[in-house]
Design a protein around this ligand. Structure first.
Ligand code: AR6
Length: 169
């Protein structure tokens, strides 16, 4: 399995699945979530609304993942996961690991061979990029099924340097 780190906009990636850093409601938002909803088109929001709530207002609890079609994206699937809001506690790491792990498990079920991740939780949720990249590396390296490529698509130059150093070392 190849691990690739690149700079750019994840909505443009030509992979089987892209991962969205969503929130528990799954009805869109800012950051990468907003970009994905804009690029996938309004069918995505309509589809998300139709997903069952596990409790009022929650379609995807933190650390879990859900899959939808990619609609207008070139990616066939969007795997929506919810990372933790960073509080500097041990639980953050467990939940971020779960977000990566459950995204990969869902990818496996849907026979995804190439997947692109954004820096989950590293925007408004405040997770430091360096620590998040270490979590991502741990989960992806331990994943043994026949995924061909895990791609990390990082938006900003300075963050890209951090992810590249940690994931390609
Ligand atoms: N492609 C790749 N990465 C991007 C893109 C893009 N088009 N746009 C932003 N990023 P964030 P979170 C980077 O805040 O911290 C939303 O409102 C961005 O620079 O999108 O998990 C959701 O609805 C940052 O490094 O996600 C939730 O409410 C990274 O993506 C909440 O934000 C993640 O930043 C989730 O917060």
């Amino acid at each position: 399995m190849r691990i690739v780190v690149k700079k750019g906009d994840i909505t443009l990636e030509d992979v089987d699945a892209i991962v969205n850093a969503a929130n528990e409601k799954m009805l869109g938002g800012g950051g990468v979530d907003g970009a994905i909803h804009r690029a996938a088109g309004p069918e995505l929001l309509e589809y998300c609304r139709s997903l069952p709530e596990v409790r009022p207002g929650v379609r995807c609890p933190t650390g879990k993942a859900r899959i939808t079609p990619g609609f207008r994206l070139s990616a066939k699937w969007i795997i929506h996961t919810v990372g933790p809001i960073y509080r500097g506690k041990e639980e953050d790491k467990i939940l971020l690991e779960a977000a990566f792990y459950n995204s990969l498990r869902l990818a496996e079920i849907y026979d995804v061979k190439t997947i692109a991740f954004p820096a989950i939780s590293c925007g408004v949720y405040g997770y430091p990029h360096k620590e998040a990249a270490q979590v991502a590396r741990g989960v992806v390296r331990n994943h043994v099924w026949d995924l061909r490529e895990a791609r990390f698509v990082i938006f900003a130059d300075k963050d890209f340097e951090i992810w590249k150093e940690i994931l390609q070392s």
